[in-house]
Design a protein around this ligand. Structure first.
Ligand SMILES: *[C@@H]1O[C@H](CO)[C@@H](O)[C@H](O)[C@H]1NC(C)=O
Ligand SMILES: *[C@@H]1O[C@H](CO)[C@@H](O)[C@H](O)[C@H]1NC(C)=O
Ligand SMILES: *[C@@H]1O[C@H](CO)[C@@H](O)[C@H](O)[C@H]1NC(C)=O
Length: 348
């Protein structure tokens, strides 16, 4: 299998000219720019790519080679942005390639794991481990993407899933939490949304679907959930290292802040943060089936705390001038709704 991978990749890289400095200058055709639903969905798609890959998109100034996002005919492949063709390069992001989005709305992720793997393969962020995805769909270079189907990667067809994914699923050994894989409490997804409005710039996280819906109705864009939190705390017999994840809010600087540390919570309250609620419980160490580190970042300029479990996003935030500084791993979250699934997946 490795051999097959090597040759497909070699073929792919030989065929493309990469964008210098992993940077794509672009302009937007008025056909897209002038329709608000379309420009919102294009902005959202570019934000998604920039957030989880090291490829960046900048408004063209004087660059000779650049792309023009436009609506082209149905048989022109979608999102043909990964190679530089030279000069003006028309790229199809029309109705077949990208659904228009109205605000406020639930914006789902635009690019699949396969797409992100492909970007990472051509424009590698440093220090990311390759893992094979379980399913593959791609919107890059597909014609009539809307109908693109899921290809399971267990088929013996290397073309189905030609690129590695980038999650670090190595199980750490040893645990002071009493169980490596078990937790008997209920798990709920920690939902994530973001308000990018100037002067707000706030990441919001909750396990409460009603509050999440209220935030998205009020202008927060739904993003990928970051993982699962436990609903039962330190009394859980399988897992003895659980901590509450406190949600606090500072109304003046418009910042939601989350911590699993009591002392820090008290310190924040002294600075004007108001305690809102416990969102759930996470593990102090990787154990109990909770193996995803929740990395915490802060942007002083935007007064915004950002929390993520996505290895790609952590790498991008750390490796470019994102404005966000890494603070620490807050605690560990579950990757699946069933606590021991991480162990089953990894140990097979
Ligand atoms: C992956 O996880 C293992 C165990 O936690 C760690 O030792 C290793 O450094 C990680 N690799 C990367 C690239 O993050
Ligand atoms: C892969 O796709 C199939 C078919 O859509 C689906 O049934 C399965 O749950 C997917 N597997 C994963 C791990 O997402
Ligand atoms: C909580 O934060 C305080 C102050 O930052 C620190 O001294 C303490 O070690 C932390 N406790 C834990 C359990 O991490």
């Amino acid at each position: 299998m490795l051999l097959l991978f090597c040759c497909i990749w070699a073929k792919t890289t030989a065929a493309v000219t990469l964008w210098p400095s992993m940077t794509v200058p672009f302009v937007v055709d008025p056909v897209i720019e002038d329709v608000s639903d379309r420009i919102i969905s294009l902005d959202n798609a570019l934000a998604h790519l920039s957030r989880v890959t090291c490829l960046s998109f900048i408004q063209r100034t004087t660059e000779k080679n650049f792309i023009i996002f436009s609506e082209l005919s149905d048989n022109v492949p979608c999102w043909d942005v990964l190679s530089m063709k030279g000069g003006e390069q028309m790229v199809n992001v029309g109705g077949n390639c990208l659904e228009p989005v109205k605000l406020p709305a639930t914006v789902t992720r635009i690019f699949s794991d396969c797409d992100l793997q492909k970007v990472q393969y051509l424009y590698p962020c440093p220090g990311i481990l390759p893992v094979r995805p379980s399913n593959c769909t791609s919107i890059f270079n597909r014609v009539n993407n809307v109908a693109a189907s899921v290809v399971p990667c267990d088929v013996e067809d290397p073309d189905a899933c030609p690129y590695p994914t980038y999650r670090n699923n190595t199980l750490p050994v040893g645990s002071a939490c009493s169980s490596a894989c078990d937790y008997s409490g209920r798990l709920l997804p920690l939902l994530r949304s973001f308000n990018a409005r100037l002067g707000v710039s706030d990441h919001f996280y909750t396990t409460d679907t009603v509050t999440d819906a209220t935030m998205t109705a009020g202008g927060y864009l739904e993003e990928d959930p970051v993982g699962y939190l436990g609903m039962e705390g330190p009394s859980n017999s399988h897992c003895t290292c659980l901590r509450p994840l406190f949600r606090l809010f500072h109304p003046v600087i418009n910042n939601h802040f989350y911590t699993s540390n009591e002392t820090e919570r008290a310190g924040a309250e002294a600075l004007g943060y108001q305690f809102e609620r416990i969102e759930g419980y996470c593990a102090a160490e990787p154990a109990c089936g909770a193996y995803m580190p929740l990395s915490r970042f802060f942007s002083p300029l935007a007064s915004d705390h950002l929390y993520t479990t996505a290895v790609e996003e952590v790498t991008v935030l750390k490796s470019i001038l994102s404005g966000y500084g890494f603070e620490r791993v807050e605690c560990y979250l579950w990757q699946y709704e069933s606590a021991n699934r991480a162990c089953e997946t990894l140990l097979h």
